[in-house]
Write a protein that binds this ligand. Structure first.
Ligand code: SAH
Length: 399
């Protein structure tokens, strides 16, 4: 089926792989010169030539490939993927049975045994995301396996395999089955979301924030004024409004955010009169808000890890403290900041240090009331905790 190539691990890396580490970095292998094809199967051996693990070659920003099995006899074929997908479905049984939430992650890369591949579920439709050309080479086996494991309405895909993991737009992400309506309306904890499976890199909602949205709606929003920065399709604003927020303001640079956010409000029958949607650079908006002496009870701040706008470059690990300082100044005393980052470059501990530094510099007290990392469906491997990128803190600005 594929080339199979024997490789020798550098001695200092062997033990790590024997202990279950899944990511094959460039440095972990002595000599890559025989590996010519993305998708090639790799047999990893230690310096004494004992078998350690097998995996595939697929270059992505994280490394050169992923371990698929630690069992020398295991064949990487359709049956192998059937077993992985079945286990993944079993682990998410409660999600499939929950009628209030019809969108979730079914397969989370190495967390479910196959790095470089994720599968999301949207009310009967499956969306496969390929993070390297290598894993895409395994598509036919993976698709056959998926078909054996689930009944589906349709299957879509996203290819994210240029060197930076960026989406390759080929204007057709439909794979097989029937096409989804546009939009496809899914449910999340009883709320509606409009999803577009074939409209660029993103589909309309980030599933990993599900519990954060629910918490804002159920515990924090009632009667409050809410500012949602980097709002995208306004998902946090929708949940705040559904939780009884007095008013919401959503700010995002992207022009599409205006119609998209409006759409999310209207499919939830939320009165638009109390919802403001602003297309602007968040950093300009802060200046405006300070000038106007605007203050909000809840401020959500969920920037991309890295973004470049006309005037600003923002990088989460360098600029989060500065960003928080701006946010703190437009948050009411006693109000709550929901600070989020999906940057894999720093830990929750560092994120808490950022929060501490920002409040300390402004000489304001705070209390952390909630913290979130990835939800259960975004399964993380015990031996690869670094893939738990999500960090969210609810921070009360103490009076
Ligand atoms: N919080 C959103 C997801 C945010 S995605 C949610 O939960 O759905 C990041 C968003 O930040 C994108 O929509 C992008 O357009 C926006 N963005 C990036 N830089 C920005 C800037 N300087 N000002 C305003 N929005 C920005």
């Amino acid at each position: 089926m594929f080339d199979e190539i024997n490789l020798t691990l550098r001695p200092e890396f062997s033990q790590k792989f024997k202990d279950g580490y899944p990511l094959i970095s460039k440095e972990s292998v002595l000599d890559w010169s025989e590996v010519l094809h993305e998708g090639a199967l790799l047999n990893l051996h230690d310096a004494q030539n004992n078998f350690v693990a097998k995996g595939y070659y697929g270059v992505q920003n994280k490394g050169f490939g992923w371990v698929l099995s630690w069992d020398e006899k295991e064949k990487i074929d359709v049956n192998y993927f059937v077993k992985k997908i079945k286990d993944a479905i079993e682990y998410r049984k409660e999600f499939f049975e929950n009628e209030e939430t019809t969108a979730f992650r079914v397969f989370n890369g190495e967390g479910d045994g196959v790095g470089g591949l994720s599968i999301d579920y949207f009310d009967g439709y499956y969306l496969l995301t390929w993070y390297s050309l290598g894993v895409y080479e395994l598509k036919s086996e993976i698709l056959q396996a998926l078909k054996q494991c689930v009944e589906y309405k349709g299957v879509y895909q996203k290819k994210r395999f240029d060197a930076k993991g960026k989406y390759l737009d080929e204007n057709d992400d439909f794979v097989c089955g029937e096409k989804a309506p546009e939009p496809l309306i899914i449910k999340e904890n009883g709320a509606n979301f409009a999803i577009y499976l074939d409209d660029g890199a993103m589909v309309g909602v980030f599933l990993d924030q599900r519990e954060v949205r629910k918490t804002i709606r159920d515990k924090y929003a009632k009667g409050k004024t809410v500012l949602n920065t980097f709002s995208y399709t306004g998902a946090f604003s929708v949940f705040a409004a559904l939780g009884g927020a007095k008013e919401t303001t959503s700010v995002d640079l992207a022009k599409r955010s205006l119609p998209k956010t409006r759409e999310q409000f209207s499919i939830n029958e939320i009165n638009l009169a109390k919802q403001t949607i602003i297309v602007e650079d968040v950093f300009n908006y802060f200046k405006y808000a300070v000038r106007k002496k605007a203050l909000f009870d809840i401020v959500v701040v969920d920037p991309p890890s890295f973004a470049r706008s006309k005037k600003h470059t923002f990088s989460a690990n360098k600029d989060y403290v500065k960003l928080l300082k701006e946010v703190i100044q437009i948050t009411n005393a006693g109000g709550v900041i929901v600070a989020s980052t999906n940057s894999a470059n720093f830990s929750m501990m560092t994120f808490r240090d950022f929060v501490n530094a920002a409040f300390k510099e402004l000489k304001i007290k705070y209390k952390i009331e909630e913290r979130f990392s990835l939800p259960k469906d975004f399964k993380v491997l015990e031996n690869f905790k670094e893939s738990d990128y999500l960090k969210v803190l609810f921070i009360r600005k103490v009076i």
